[in-house]
Design a protein. Structure first.
Length: 290
């Protein structure tokens, strides 16, 4: 029953619109940051999955270790050092998470805002803890450290909800190889695919984006963007790539490679052929690269 109450609270949080104006303003500010290539670095495109969950392991690990040391007399200096390391590494971890947060759905952003507030509270408490330790107020430093760990734990729980229940940062095209049957699938006559225009078709109830170049070459990708399942067939095609209309991820049409984030995973690609004036597609073995 306790778990159900927590989930009900989280569901209400996702539906609470009162902070939406703050979310809109903060999102615009984050998207306006002059990060250039650093934005994809922070998204974790080079890593193949979001960078933020990896980065938060350092502050969380050091703060938890500091709490263990605080349980033993005479280890306050070592605990203080760990608190300082956690504070130093919290800022880049928060920046990576904020860049991801700005490109989420509204319900995810609502949860993410409270997640950020809990973590900011943790940082404030740990900063006060470190200040007390440096002044020789060891008892107050320990107490503030335990409060900080509690706030960080609440933030971690919200982060888990965001990642696993709300699928923030998950690859939304991961299931494609498991639901598309092997072999060639006929999806329409060649005339149904005007040159340069994205067209949506379906294979085994899986939406597929098809683009025919002016020279006749056909490309086919899974239509739902790996970032948050945006419809690529409603996006723009240029320079051999398609741009998602929701959050701007760019994928190479020839092999589905994600050339720009926030998507961190490529799109499943299909081989194409023309048989008797009709287009057929077959899911390709995925091994994209630059």
């Amino acid at each position: 029953m306790g778990q159900n109450r927590v989930l009900r609270l989280l569901d209400r949080l996702e539906q609470e619109p009162r902070a939406d104006a703050v979310i809109d303003a903060a999102g615009r500010g984050v998207r306006a940051l002059p990060l250039r290539g650093g934005r994809d670095l922070l998204h974790g495109r080079w890593l193949g999955h979001p960078l933020h969950p990896l980065m938060v392991q350092v502050p969380m690990g050091t703060w938890l270790s500091a709490a263990v040391l605080d349980l033993f007399p005479g280890r306050s200096r070592e605990a203080g050092l760990l608190v300082g390391v956690g504070l130093a590494t919290a800022a880049p971890a928060a920046l990576a998470g904020t860049v991801d947060w700005a490109e989420l759905h509204r319900r995810q952003q609502r949860t993410g805002l409270v997640h950020a507030l809990a973590n900011a509270t943790a940082v404030g408490l740990y900063a006060a803890s470190l200040a007390c330790r440096l002044k020789g107020r060891t008892g107050a430093g320990r107490a503030l450290g335990f409060l900080g760990l509690t706030a960080a734990g609440a933030g971690g729980m919200l982060g888990g909800h965001l990642a696993y229940r709300q699928a923030s940062g998950a690859n939304h095209a991961e299931e494609i190889p498991y639901v598309v049957t092997e072999g060639w699938h006929r999806i329409g006559a060649v005339a149904e695919f005007p040159a340069g225009r994205p067209v949506r078709r379906s294979v085994d109830d899986v939406p597929v984006l098809v683009v025919r170049e002016s020279g006749g070459t056909l490309h086919a990708l899974a239509d739902r963007c790996s970032h948050l399942a945006g419809p690529l067939s409603e996006g723009t095609v240029a320079d051999g790539c398609v741009r998602c209309p929701w959050h701007g991820s760019v994928f190479r049409l020839s092999d589905g490679w994600n050339v720009r984030g926030p998507a961190t995973a490529p799109q499943p690609a299909f081989d194409t052929r023309i048989v008797d004036g009709h287009v057929e597609v077959r899911l390709r073995d995925q091994d994209p690269g630059e």
